[in-house]
Design a protein around this ligand. Structure first.
Ligand SMILES: Nc1ncnc2c1ncn2[C@@H]1O[C@H](COP(=O)(O)OP(=O)(O)OP(=O)(O)O)[C@@H](O)[C@H]1O
Ligand SMILES: [Mg+2]
Length: 306
């Protein structure tokens, strides 16, 4: 069982036996949850109709039925396939997020960004698009305070806690085990409700089953390393998340976990991407590089922009 096999998906390497059992169990759980949910919905529909007909809770029995209908309404449906069924808490984000004031950046006599102004407010989902080499990463770096503009100012709010998934491959210590690497960042994270989620559970969410958590990082595939790196960024519990072309080296399964994470994420997301599907799911406005330092805006989805 310690041998690593390649599954059909190509990019996904894992312990074969365990992973198949894991998938099977997950499918079983989902089927069961779906059945239960259908039942709940039917019952709820019936009880709500009964309530609407003006049922009066005169007898104790009727009172109990009203209570039950109310309780049914309160119950949550099951989480959809593979999604995170908890909202991970993040550090409180104040009104001040990021402000760019008249920012210009020039490299080798080429104006990448000229007199750029931007105000990022809480809850925003921003996509940055444009051709290769036009300055997208440079803009992201300057908004994150990683590089100083040639002129102008970037102001980052006091409460801002940045998580940055970079485009270039970061160094990872290959002699560390997967679980050690994540625990070095955080042993636990808390949900929005204050419940504790362990590093092991988060790894499972990010498609590292328990046996795989004991693997050395050097044995992981390129895609798995990127997935692990992504999780590490999220374990920092950022409230402003920078993503530089995440769809380039993450497999589709990881992307759907990331999209689910972002959906419940209360903070700001700023992402560079060329991926129409990802952008449509994640962002609601765009910063568009037109070339020669000209940057325009679009309020709406990427598909609408196209
Ligand atoms: N520190 C630097 N010094 C000099 N030139 C730089 C520096 N950083 C970036 N550049 C140049 O600036 C241009 C824009 O780079 P940047 O990485 O921001 O583009 P990008 O839009 O992110 O490209 P890609 O789509 O390939 O990721 C490139 O021509 C790059 O070579
Ligand atoms: Mg780039």
């Amino acid at each position: 069982t310690n041998r690593i096999y390649e599954l059909e998906r190509g990019s996904l390497y894992t312990y074969k036996g365990n992973y198949e059992v894991f998938l099977e169990k997950r499918a079983e759980r989902e089927a069961l949850a779906e059945q239960k949910e259908t039942k709940r919905q039917n019952l709820l529909r019936r009880e709500l109709a009964w309530l609407r007909r003006g049922a009066k809770a005169r007898s104790t029995k009727q009172k109990a039925r009203v209570d039950r209908a109310e309780a049914l309404k309160e119950q949550k449906g099951p989480a959809v396939s593979g999604s995170l069924d908890f909202a991970i808490g993040s550090h409180r984000l104040g009104k001040q997020v990021i402000e760019a004031d008249n920012v210009s950046i020039t490299y080798n006599g080429q104006a990448l960004i000229s007199q750029f102004n931007e105000l990022v407010i809480p809850g925003e989902r921003i996509g940055i698009i444009g051709p290769n080499g036009i300055g997208k990463t440079t803009l992201l770096n300057s908004l994150a305070g990683r590089i100083q503009p040639d002129s102008g100012n970037i102001t980052i709010g006091q409460t801002v806690r940045i998580g940055y998934y970079t485009q270039d491959h970061s160094e990872m210590n290959g002699d560390m085990k997967v679980i050690e690497y994540i625990k070095e960042t955080a042993e636990i994270v808390k949900t929005a409700e204050g419940d504790v989620i362990t590093a092991e559970q988060m790894l499972e969410r990010f498609l590292f089953p328990r046996p795989m958590q004991q693997t050395y990082i050097r044995k992981l595939s390129g895609g798995e390393k990127r997935r692990l790196y992504l999780l590490n960024v999220l374990m920092q519990e950022p409230n402003v998340l920078f993503l530089d072309e995440p769809t380039n080296d993450l497999d589709t399964e990881t992307l759907s976990v990331l999209e689910d994470y972002i959906e419940q994420f209360p903070g700001v997301v700023i992402t560079v991407s060329h991926d129409r599907y990802f952008l449509d799911r994640v962002v609601d406005r765009l910063i568009v590089f037109e070339g020669h330092g000209v940057i325009s805006r679009f309020q709406g989805s990427y598909s609408e922009y196209m």
